[in-house]
Design a binder for this molecule. Structure first.
Ligand SMILES: Cc1ncc(COP(=O)(O)O)c(C=O)c1O
Length: 272
């Protein structure tokens, strides 16, 4: 996190209210965090992000100790390391990415030790790699999509179709065109993740059928004429990626396997 402006004030107040750990990967962010919590009675705990091959963010594992030492000198408390093996979200890449993750975290732990910091937190991601993550010095795993699963993880063999627990209820609202029916689910609900090959959302119960095109609030569904759903039919649509779907709604409706409503959950952490 780079804590400036409103974000700095928010971090300072969270730090007062609860046990907070913040991820950093640059000295300038360490300095900003230290400034944000200046005057606090407790040191803010920070976790050093390392890159394990996804090449998104994070320091190189051998550099983790130098950043931890910088953070400590700035008045923060470095407590460990974390990484995100985003390069594991491809076919045949799950296990190799988990191996990269193990190696990077092991090196990072040694790098912290070299500057006198014993890592109490060694944190790994992600849903595609979770099956291979609990080993070596790793003390925590952070799978996110795992909670609901989605079609991307089914295609990666990271979960079974039966594990998916998040759907958007699409209602057929138009059948005037011979080549498709329209459901009231578009990019506002599903986001834009997909492509013409895998489609933009999987229509449960209609064979291997996917929405093949989305407008803002229209989903295009081609189905064989003997399976063509009537206007008013409700079809559970499984997202390719569950995260944007959750973020697009204020509330989730919890049901049993027959679709009977059990509860409603407010989505608490929408936006950034
Ligand atoms: C830093 C970090 N940790 C954990 C996660 C959760 O990963 P996933 O949703 O792939 O399980 C993410 C997701 O983007 C992430 O960016």
């Amino acid at each position: 996190v780079h804590a400036v402006g409103a974000r700095a004030a928010r971090i300072a107040s969270l730090h007062q209210a609860t046990a907070l750990r913040v991820g950093i990967d640059t000295p300038v962010s360490a300095d900003a965090l230290a400034a944000a919590v200046k005057g606090s009675t407790r040191r803010l705990e920070v976790v050093i992000e390392v890159d394990c091959g996804a090449h998104r963010s994070g320091v190189q594992p051998e550099q983790a100790g130098a950043l931890a030492a910088h953070a400590a000198a700035a008045g923060l408390a470095p407590v460990g390391v974390y990484t995100y093996p985003g390069h594991g979200a491809r076919p045949d890449a799950r296990r190799p990415a988990a191996d990269d993750q193990l190696q990077a975290l092991t090196t990072a732990v040694e790098s912290l030790r070299d500057v006198g910091v014993e890592a109490e937190l060694v944190s790994a991601g992600s849903t595609p790699t979770v099956a291979f993550s609990a080993r070596g010095p790793i003390t925590e795993i952070r799978p996110g999509e795992y909670i609901f699963a989605d079609m991307d993880n089914v295609r990666l063999d990271a979960c079974a179709e039966d594990d998916v627990a998040l759907f958007v209820a699409g209602t057929v609202v138009s059948d005037t065109m011979p080549e498709h029916v329209i459901v009231d689910v578009g990019t506002k609900a599903l986001g834009r993740e997909g492509n013409p090959d895998k489609g933009y959302g999987y229509a449960l119960g209609l064979g291997e059928t996917c929405l093949h095109k989305l407008n803002e609030y229209h989903g295009f569904l081609s189905v064989a004429s003997d399976q063509r759903p009537k206007v008013g039919t409700v079809i559970p649509i499984v997202p390719n990626h569950c995260c944007p779907l959750v973020n697009n709604f204020a509330e989730l409706v919890v049901t049993d396997s027959e679709g009977r409503g059990l509860d409603r959950w407010a989505v608490a952490a929408r936006g950034t």
